[in-house]
Design a protein around this ligand. Structure first.
Ligand code: ZN
Length: 234
């Protein structure tokens, strides 16, 4: 099965990947101090992302993640090819509710390490990490990911009539409107698209897209580990 999956991915013209909670690295929350955020960042390891990198090597891909753990940002994947719509620990927003100040350290991570305080470029108040959690969904500043979101939309618009493979890795129903449902919709309307849904418990696929979808009832971490073995054997 894994050999077939890898061949399907390598045969695609476009690869769209969705990353969900099964690949979450660690817990982070919006109230963490800068010191706690830095400590958190040292816990990020990228084993799964290295395998994803191998899977999409030399391919035209895009990745969307519902995790706020920073895993994608710390991976070696191209910064122009992913979006984290619920935020990540390298973007900071102003603590002041009425101020829309943001600072993005994604492309200058080393600067974040040197900062003792992250201050708002607009009002000079302190900033906190720009991630959307249940406890702060009202305060989350959505502007933090917008430029990446535009890249995502542009990339998506170029997938029509192309051999598109969508690999959904461990996404659940915490925020299905982000990509779980849109992926299904894309496969439904897009005759050349295929969906590979990987999830230990929530692997089900609706009748209407069954012909162009494969469901793999395995935890996304185990799935990637197995894929790696098959990539190496090639
Ligand atoms: Zn401010």
């Amino acid at each position: 099965m894994y050999q077939e999956i890898i061949e399907l991915i390598q045969d695609a013209e476009k690869i769209l990947i969705g990353i969900g909670p099964e690949l979450k690295i660690n817990e982070i929350n919006s109230t963490m101090s800068l010191e706690q955020v830095k400590k958190y960042l040292t816990t990020i390891s990228g084993k799964e992302y290295e395998i994803i990198e191998k899977l999409v090597e030399k391919k035209d891909y895009f990745i969307i993640s519902s995790n706020v753990d920073g895993g994608l940002v710390c991976s070696g994947l191209d910064e122009n090819r992913w979006v984290t719509p619920l935020g990540n620990p390298f973007i900071f927003q102003c603590i002041e509710q009425n101020c829309d100040g943001l600072r993005d350290f994604t492309k200058e991570k080393e600067i974040l390490w040197k900062e003792e305080k992250v201050l708002c470029p607009k009002c000079k108040k302190e900033m906190r990490v720009n991630i959307r959690r249940k406890e702060n969904s009202e305060q989350y500043n959505e502007n933090g990911y917008l430029s990446q979101w535009e890249k995502y939309q542009k990339w998506l618009s170029c997938t029509l009539n192309r051999k598109l493979v969508i690999l959904e890795l461990g996404e659940g129903f915490e925020c299905p409107a982000l990509f779980r449902w849109p992926f299904e919709k894309t496969v439904f309307f897009h005759q050349k698209a295929k969906l590979i849904r990987v999830n230990e418990k929530l692997w089900q696929i609706g009748e209407e897209i069954k012909e162009r979808a494969v469901s793999i009832p395995v935890n996304a971490k185990d799935f990637l580990a197995e894929c790696e073995k098959h990539i190496c054997e090639k």
